[in-house]
Design a protein around this ligand. Structure first.
Ligand code: ADP
Ligand code: ZN
Ligand code: ZN
Length: 743
């Protein structure tokens, strides 16, 4: 009786291509050590190219005659890629209706995509032997450089890595000579050191928890063994991170690994330093700044289990773990967890699926939970843990609404607000001015005829920049020089309309010449460390003004800021996107959370044209949670997420007619299908996208909605299959967004 199945005759391979199918090959090359299995990478001919694919099926038959199948060229792995990773990729491809090959490729490090092997990458270390430790070995009398090298290594009983030795201008031949004489030895060690075994786990003691933190941690400790999803709902500064750290301590104590996801803006050197300070084990960080080699090392360290803590942004959800113990998603409401192009996944949602699959605790942390998560906590799907107290004892400041109507503005600010800024600076504190537009002004206008500078390629205005002076489109990156006169009427009276960060910065610098003004936006922080440098200076605590976009609103601990000014709160109030208000309330609450985080209480002034808006008033009077309750009720009545599931088909092309023809035909075909199957799914559109023309391309969308996820899935799978089979769809770019975050 043999346990090994007969070798397959056909391999179903996922190829990096937009097609939602596998491609069949013959397993001609030498099989991997453990036999053919899903998850083994192969090199195969594809069209005229050679590509790296992943075996997903091992079968006896194919729809094609076996003789017609091409043989694979090579097998690239002795054993399959990690099983938990493969499972997640397959789930992701199915759930988001994305091509399996492209899903796998996007979810693996670049070097694996290129066919490199996943083995622990090592470095060399040279260490003194017992013989080498002896006094003056006689064999070195005539080799002074070798003697010097030996002396150096004697001073480093744990050895030195080759790089360090070669940097001292010793040569490889000297190392090898000493090795031959048995005086030193060569060791191979992994790049990411293993967790030290034995000894204390913590490098610095955990903070004594306050009552609420202790209750939350106790609740998490109750079930470290099964799927246990929790919303850690804590006001900004309430010590959520401390709860994560102590949960991780318990997870590592049980010899498991913790995966921590943070928003793009949140993976700062301070965050990392905080994790690294606490534990004596390696903390592996995955972010966009890594080289391909570093990324592969991190992946390998996680997959092998050597890295007990893995912390990263969105794509880190695809990190394999040998012994998963907990998943934490910090700022779970943050928009950066959703990938907006290609494979349109939501890392927070995949974290839920993954924690469920592994049977491990899941913590979703936020001061302003998404309505999706909040609803699941209210309904009992998630445990709802609350932290209402700030560690600093100052309650988060309430928003004070300031009426903008009929008042003169300078750099977007009205006189009473400027007075409040002055008072705060004279008291020796810092002020943060939040303005959600970069550039000098949202646009340029002609005072004579009312002309506005618009992008030639998009349905959008051009933003006026002063540093350097130009007009730029923030949607397509088109740039043009400033006109000398109005292109419509020839008047030279062109004026900036409204304020952006540059203009507010300029106004404040004129008004407060003795105080440094730091501007923080995408333009001022293009250099990688610019933001960190500025923040380091701000943390020293001298009075200063910070002017910035949402880059400033999130995550940063700015202990000396006691006044926060929101230049204009109105952007999200009347937007067409049903989530705009939720997102704008989250942002306002996060900005407000920057005020008064340390010794002094804070104030938050919010300028608005709509002081009577009921939503804004509710947010100001009772905070995000109260507004969220109300928004949930409205969503329930309107049958919108989280009470309904949506999918959005986006269509775009250079020819308006081609796009709308395809949109109409797809909608018609779908409606016929839904009718025949009596599927409870509705189909809205096609309608023009909110910005119909972008980069000279026309954008159209079709919305699918259903009360049951399975129905939506069935309908969208059918729609995708229809589009793939439709010749006209090849001339139009289309994509399907499951659970779209922006419409
Ligand atoms: P959050 O993640 O909820 O915004 P943090 O964990 O960053 O909050 O905590 C805010 C500040 O409070 C930090 O400076 C942190 O060191 C401090 N802090 C958190 N918990 C405690 C505690 N139990 N005792 C004292 N200080 C604490
Ligand atoms: Zn004009
Ligand atoms: Zn444009």
């Amino acid at each position: 009786m043999s346990a090994t199945p007969p070798p397959p005759s056909v391999l179903g391979v996922a190829i990096p291509s937009p097609l939602r199918r596998l491609f069949d090959y013959r397993p001609a090359a030498t099989p991997p050590t453990g036999g053919w299995q899903p998850g083994v990478r192969v090199q195969v001919p594809f069209g005229r190219r050679q590509v790296v694919g992943v075996v997903l099926e091992c079968r006896a038959t194919s729809d094609l005659p076996l003789a017609k199948l091409k043989p694979i060229d090579a097998c690239l792995d002795a054993t399959p890629l990690p099983a938990d990773w493969l499972w997640l990729c397959r789930f992701t491809a199915r759930y988001y209706q994305h091509a399996p090959g492209d899903t796998l490729h996007q979810a693996m490090p670049a070097l694996l995509r290129q066919g490199r092997t996943l083995e622990a990458r090592t470095r060399e270390r040279w260490q003194i032997t017992e013989a080498g430790a002896d006094e003056a070995p006689p064999t070195l009398a005539r080799a002074p450089r070798q003697a010097e090298l030996l002396t150096m290594l004697r001073q480093h009983p744990h050895g030195l890595v080759s790089q360090a030795i070669l940097a001292q201008s010793f040569g490889r031949d000297q190392l090898q000579a000493l090795e031959r004489k048995g005086l030193i030895m060569r060791l191979e060690e992994p790049l990411t050191a293993a967790a030290p075994s034995g000894g204390p786990l913590l490098a610095e003691p955990a903070l004594p928890l306050n009552r609420e933190q202790a209750t939350a941690l106790a609740a998490l400790h109750e079930r470290l063994d099964g799927y246990h999803p929790c919303l850690l709902h804590g006001v900004t500064g309430s010590g959520k991170t401390e709860v994560y750290l102590q949960l991780i301590e318990a997870v590592i104590g049980r010899d498991r690994q913790a995966l921590v996801l943070v928003p793009e803006i949140g993976l700062t050197p301070q965050t990392l330093a905080r994790f690294r300070r606490r534990f004596r084990v390696p903390v592996v960080a995955l972010h966009s700044g890594l080289t391909d080699h570093e990324r592969l090392d991190a992946w390998e360290a996680a997959a092998s289990g050597r890295a007990p803590i893995v912390i990263g942004t969105r794509s880190a959800i695809f990190t394999p773990l040998a012994r998963p113990g907990a998943i934490i998603v910090d700022e779970e409401h943050d928009g950066s967890f959703k990938q907006q192009e290609g494979l349109r996944y939501h890392a927070r949602d995949l974290a839920v699926v993954r924690a469920h699959h592994h049977g491990i605790p899941l913590v979703l942390g936020s001061a302003t939970p998404s309505l999706e998560t909040l609803q699941r906590a209210r309904s009992g799907d998630y445990r709802h843990l609350r932290l209402t107290q700030r560690a600093s004892r100052h309650a988060p400041a309430r928003l004070e609404l300031v009426d903008l109507r009929g008042r003169p503005r300078r750099g977007g600010l009205i006189p009473p607000v400027i007075d409040a800024i002055e008072a705060t600076l004279s008291a020796g504190h810092q002020v943060l001015v939040f303005i959600n537009r970069r550039g000098f002004a949202p646009t340029l206008s002609c005072h004579a005829c009312g002309w506005l500078a618009e992008c030639d390629h998009c349905d959008a205005r051009l933003t006026l920049h002063r540093q350097p002076p130009l007009l730029a489109c923030h949607h397509c990156d088109h740039r043009q020089a400033l006109p000398d006169a109005c292109p419509e009427c020839g008047s030279a009276d062109l004026r900036p309309l409204g304020s952006g960060t540059e203009r507010t910065e300029e106004t404040l610098a004129e008004r407060f010449p003795d105080v440094p003004v730091h501007r923080i936006d995408r333009d001022s922080t293009r250099r990688r460390d610019a933001l960190e440098q500025t923040l380091a200076e701000v943390r020293r605590g001298d009075p200063c003004l910070l002017v910035g976009t949402q880059m400033l609103a999130k995550g940063h601990h700015l202990p000396h800021v006691t006044l926060v000014v929101v230049v204009n709160a109105d952007g999200g109030l009347y937007a067409s996107d049903f989530r705009a208000l939720e997102h704008s309330a989250q942002l306002l609450e996060q900005v407000a959370g920057r005020a008064g985080r340390a010794a002094h209480p804070g104030r938050v002034l919010v300028q608005t044209m709509h002081v009577d808006d009921p939503n804004l008033r509710l947010l100001a009077a009772r905070g995000y949670d109260a507004l969220a309750e109300q928004l949930l009720e409205e969503r329930r009545i309107a049958a919108l997420p989280p009470f309904r599931f949506l999918a959005l088909l986006r269509l775009e092309g250079a020819q308006e007619t081609a796009v709308s023809e395809l949109g109409n035909r797809a909608a018609q075909a779908l409606r016929t299908y839904l009718g025949e199957r009596a599927l409870d799914v509705d189909c809205l559109g096609p309608v023009p996208a909110p910005m119909e023309r972008r980069q000279n391309r026309y954008h159209l969308q079709l919305m699918l909605g259903a009360e049951k996820r399975s129905r939506l899935h069935e309908a969208s799978a059918w729609l995708v299959a229809w589009l793939e089979a439709e010749p006209a769809a090849r001339r139009v770019r289309w994509s399907l967004d499951i659970d779209p975050q922006t419409l």
